[in-house]
Design a protein around this ligand. Structure first.
Ligand code: MRU
Length: 338
C-alpha cells in the first residue's frame, strides 16, 4: 500500500498530517509558504527528505503568491521564504539543499518572463519529489544486498515512506529485503520523546505486512545482548564529509551498543543528506525542541512542569561506529570519500 506524505494536487501542496497518525489519516492542503513552515516546525511533515520536498514546494508557493513584477523583487520574496523555511529545522541538510536547488532554477531563468519562472520552480519541486522516490528504491536495492537471509533488523525513529517522498531510506532497505523474503523480524524502537517509531514505523510495518515487534528504546540493549539483532539500519539528517552522521536522538547509543555486541550498523540516506562543507560531525547544528515533548507523552503530563528539560532532537554517531553508508549511488565504507 503506497504511503504518500507529500503531494501536489488541485494547485496546492497536500501533506499527510503525521502528528495524527496512527489514530487518524488526515491530509491538509497548503497554499502559503508560511503555513508550510509551521507544518514543518510542528512535525505535520517530518523526516529529512520529506521536509526537503515540502520546502521545495513551499518556495514554489512563495513565487506564486509574490506580487513582484520584476525579477529582483521576485528573488527577494523567494529569499525571504528560503530563510524562513531554513530556520524551521536546522539539522536536516536536505531542507536547505532543496530550497537552494529551487532558488538556483530561478537564478538560471533570470531573463525569462516571471510566469515562466514560477512554472519552472514548481516543475523543479516535482522533480525533487520524483527523484527522491526513485533514489529510495535504489537505496533499498543496494541495502537489501547487505541483509542476510532470516535477518532480524533493528531500526530507530521513522526513516520510512513517511519521512521521504515515498518508499523510505532505512525502511526502504527493510522493504526491499522483505520483498526478497529475507526479513524474519524488524525491531521497532519506540523513539522517545515524540515516538516516531511507535506511531509511524510500526504503522508502516502493519500496512506492509512486515513482521515487527515494538520495543521501548531502553530494551534495545538486552535484545542485542540476547543475540536477537543481526543488523541495525537507521536514516540520517546530515552526514559530514568524514561520515559522522546526525540522526534522531538515541541513534548514537544504538551504534555504541551495536559495536559492543558485534552487530553491523548501517546508515541509509540519499546523497543530498551528505554535507560536504562540514569536515566532521562537530559542526552539525543540533535542533533543541520544546521541553513539553519530554515532560509529556501523547499530550499527557508525566513530569513536574518545574523540571528543567534538555531536549536535543538529534545526536551525532561518529563514523568509526558506522559499518557502511547506503546511498542511491551505492554503498560507501570507511574511510568515507563521497
Ligand atoms: O524529528 P524527525 O522525525 O524529523 O527526525 C527524523 C529522523 O531522524 C530520520 O531518521 C531522518 O530524518 C531520516 S528520514 C529518511
Amino acid at each position: 500500500m503506497t504511503v504518500t506524505p507529500v503531494r501536489w494536487a488541485d494547485d496546492r501542496l497536500v501533506l499527510l498530517d503525521q502528528t495524527r497518525l496512527p489514530v487518524e489519516e488526515v491530509e491538509q492542503g497548503f497554499e502559503r509558504w508560511e503555513d508550510v513552515a509551521t507544518a514543518i516546525r510542528s512535525l505535520v511533515v517530518r523526516g529529512a527528505p520529506a521536509i526537503g520536498v515540502a520546502a521545495a514546494y513551499a518556495v514554489a508557493l512563495a513565487a506564486r503568491a509574490s506580487h513582484a513584477t520584476t525579477f529582483d523583487a521576485l528573488l527577494a520574496d523567494l529569499e525571504t521564504a528560503a530563510r524562513g523555511l531554513a530556520a524551521t529545522r536546522p539539522t536536516a541538510v536536505n531542507l536547505c539543499w532543496a530550497v537552494e536547488r529551487v532558488k538556483r532554477v530561478a537564478l538560471s531563468a533570470r531573463a525569462r518572463p516571471l510566469a515562466e519562472i514560477r512554472a519552472r520552480l514548481l516543475a523543479e519541486a516535482h522533480a525533487i519529489r520524483e527523484e527522491d522516490i526513485a533514489g529510495n528504491h535504489a537505496i533499498g536495492a543496494h541495502g537489501a544486498a547487505l541483509v542476510p537471509a532470516g535477518a532480524r533488523i533493528l531500526t530507530h525513529c521513522n526513516a520510512g515512506a513517511l519521512a521521504t517522498a515515498g518508499y523510505g531510506t532505512a525502511l526502504g532497505v527493510v522493504r526491499a529485503a522483505h520483498a526478497a523474503g529475507k526479513v524474519a523480524l524488524v525491531w521497532v524502537d519506540e523513539t522517545r520523546p515524540v515516538l516516531q517509531g511507535a506511531r509511524l514505523t510500526a504503522w508502516e510495518c502493519v500496512r506492509e505486512g512486515i513482521p515487527h515487534r515494538l520495543i521501548s528504546d531502553v530494551a534495545a540493549a538486552s535484545v542485542m545482548a540476547r543475540g536477537q539483532v543481526d543488523l541495525v539500519v537507521t536514516g540520517a539528517d546530515r552526514i559530514a564529509a568524514n561520515g559522522d552522521t546526525a540522526n534522531k536522538v538515541g541513534t548514537y547509543s544504538l551504534a555504541v551498543l551495536a559495536r559492543h555486541h558485534g552487530v553491523p550498523f548501517y546508515v541509509a540516506a540519499p546523497f543530498s543528506t551528505i554535507d560536504p562543507a562540514l569536515p566532521s560531525g562537530a559542526g552539525i547544528p543540533i535542533e533543541e525542541r520544546d521541553p513539553a515533548e519530554v515532560r509529556c507523552v501523547g499530550g499527557r503530563q508525566i513530569a513536574p512542569l518545574e523540571s528543567p528539560v534538555y531536549n536535543p532532537a538529534f545526536d551525532v554517531t561518529p563514523a568509526a561506529l558506522i559499518t557502511a553508508i547506503v546511498t542511491e549511488r551505492g554503498v560507501f565504507r570507511p574511510p568515507y570519500r563521497f
